[in-house]
Design a protein around this ligand. Sequence first.
Ligand code: HEM
Length: 243
Amino acid sequence: MKITLWTACLLSSVAAYPSVQERQTEDHSWRAPSATDRRAPCPMLNTLANHGYLPRNGADISMDILVAGLKAGVNLGADATKLVGATALKGSTTGNASTFHLTDLNKHGLIEHDGSLSRADIFSGDNHSFNATIWASTASHFTSPTISLATAAKARKARLAAAQAANPQFNMSDGDKQASMIETALYLNVMSNETGVTAVTAWVQKLFTQERLPIEEGWKRPKGEIGVPTILGLVGLIGVAGI
Ligand code: HEM
């Protein structure tokens, strides 16, 4: 009897929550989030949720779901996803320490930091929503069809300086600065035209402003898996080119 009840519970939970495998085979067309869907300060996690590579409601994300979603959506390796995913879980408010909601990532000082390229600082009251004015100031550096590593580094440096000038409580630890460089490295690499270091401006614009994979604009999932060594290599170059 106990086994039957347990099996029934398991089956009903399986019906309610698609497995990692099911999620990878379901429809990946872009859909805007509903008013109750949860979203993060990360344009890529939001994009993957909008395409159903992560749960569209942005809730109850386990490490397995995160790794599978990043791999299927943009070919990010498990090593890279787990590094940042482990920190994400530390902010869990789901009631289950092995899952997190995308909104849990809004917690300042966990991964979220001042000086974002497209979000305001916590000082302003909203550290997570896409901010068109801030993004316009960052994107003003992207005057060519492609974004070189040097341009991306310059845009990041200018954005940090502007945030610092505008925010009397501006604060970025060395870890925050490293995270910010990793974020620049990630968008350059994922939105690059097979070069790995030069991004396509129109694709980067779609990622930030619509939180959509720019498939209609010609973007393709990177062929090679993006791993930690690739990202850290780019971070080193961004450090040399910028801050
Ligand atoms: C290929 C995968 C990824 C890409 C391309 C990416 C891209 C980015 C970019 C460009 C930003 C900066 C946004 C801005 O400054 O306005 C960002 C921020 C962020 N990302 Fe991701 N990300 C990826 C994976 C992840 C993962 C796996 C996590 C955690 C589970 C994560 C969590 C965050 C968080 C919390 C922020 C906010 C940092 C801030 O305060 O600006 N990202 N991401």
